[in-house]
Design a protein around this ligand. Structure first.
Ligand code: ZN
Ligand code: ZN
Length: 372
């Protein structure tokens, strides 16, 4: 079995952009959908070929492997398709094709006319990288957002200027067909028009008939003080433009916060390890501890402080990003005992005197436990 040229299957050139590939796939999938070709037994196979080609070419990594040589790509596992664990990971594309159908509301026919009405634009997720300091203090930043906007040349209709889309003859503009399934009356998207309810005969050249253009838009986003890594900030109405006058989607900004070499974040608290000399630990001491965001706090170590003992300094942590009261988390100080690597002569004498003075067996407990 010979491997077909996947580019040919999708009717695109080897240089085609991801967008070209997506567009061509949507068009072909619509044309060759088995439901639209009930009389043609070969349609299903053709549809599968198209899907398969898209699975690979829409994935930049798989596409690269494929470009480097079908042999390498298909591996030693024998010829044919169903290869390399290919799967439709771009399901959004198919559901998109059918215009967001499939909810219960559709089964019960509640929103069968949804396609004629306006539709909310896509929600977009964008990531913003923040320094430790900006996340702590809060910052107003600009985020690049890839959004879809209505094409200006055709006013978002997808039809070439001077023409207009025509009502789909298959569904009469409803965008859906009803199918009786006994108890339920099923609604399913019209395959002819892809659920749009209209058909474009002469596509607009600017947007290739999609009515939409991808654009990078800069959106100003206010990051609250104390933002955590992975926090989601919703900016309503700053996603993709709606369809047919529908509301715009939302922008979800996800924060990525760089690590700090000293302060580790734990919820709204920060943890800091602070070296403590064995004299301070034994006798007790007042020490200065660095504070996230600058400055220091004073901490009283009690006499007999053990290694790894933790102390909580209330309110010296991160501002609670979700709270309005200006509340802050705590700073957790972990004492780390430092033993001198070298001793001065005088120090050595003192410690030797101490060793004689103190007949202590620190391993007594240990051996007791071993024996029992
Ligand atoms: Zn239709
Ligand atoms: Zn256009």
């Amino acid at each position: 079995m010979e491997t077909e040229d996947l580019y040919k299957v999708l009717g695109v050139s080897k240089e085609a952009s991801q967008e070209d590939i997506r567009r061509s796939y949507r068009k072909l999938a619509r044309e060759h959908h088995p439901d639209a070709n009930r009389d043609d037994p070969r349609a299903e196979e053709r549809f599968k070929e198209i899907q398969h080609a898209y699975e690979i070419l829409s994935n930049p990594e798989k596409r690269r492997q494929y470009d480097e040589g079908p042999r390498a790509f298909f591996g030693g596992g024998g010829p044919g398709r169903g290869t390399a664990g290919a799967r439709v990971d771009d399901l959004s594309d198919l559901s998109d094709l059918f215009g967001g159908f499939g909810g219960l509301g559709d089964i019960f026919g509640r929103s069968t006319r949804a396609t004629e009405a306006s539709r909310k634009g896509q929600n977009i997720t964008a990531t913003v990288n923040l320094s430790f300091k900006d996340a702590l203090n809060g910052v107003t930043t600009r985020v690049n957002v890839p959004v879809e906007e209505a094409c200006g040349d055709c006013g978002g209709t997808g039809a070439a200027p001077g023409t207009s889309p025509r009502t789909c003859p298959e569904c009469g503009g409803r965008g859906v067909r009803s199918r009786d399934q006994g108890f339920f009356a099923f609604s399913e998207p019209c395959v002819r028009c892809g659920g749009e309810g209209t058909i474009v005969e002469k596509p607009c050249r600017t947007c290739s008939g999609s009515g939409r253009l991808r654009k990078a838009r800069q959106v100003t986003v206010r990051i609250p003080a104390g933002a955590k890594d992975g926090m989601k900030i919703r900016v309503p109405g700053r996603g993709s433009a709606g369809k047919r006058g529908g509301p715009a989607g939302d922008l979800n900004v996800v924060t990525r916060v760089g690590e700090h070499p000293v302060f580790k974040r734990r919820g709204d608290d920060f943890v800091v390890e602070v070296p403590v000399s064995f004299v301070e630990a034994a006798l007790g001491a007042q020490i200065q501890v660095p504070r996230p965001g600058g400055g220091t706090v004073r901490l009283r170590l009690p006499a007999g402080t053990q290694d790894s003992k933790q102390f909580r300094v209330r309110g010296a942590g991160a501002p609670k990003a979700r709270a309005r009261s200006g509340e802050r988390g705590d700073l957790i100080v972990r004492a780390r005992l430092v033993v001198p690597k070298k001793l001065k002569r005088r120090e050595r004498e003192i410690l030797e005197a101490l060793a004689e003075e103190r007949d202590e067996d620190v391993r007594e407990e240990l051996f007791k436990k071993v024996g029992s």
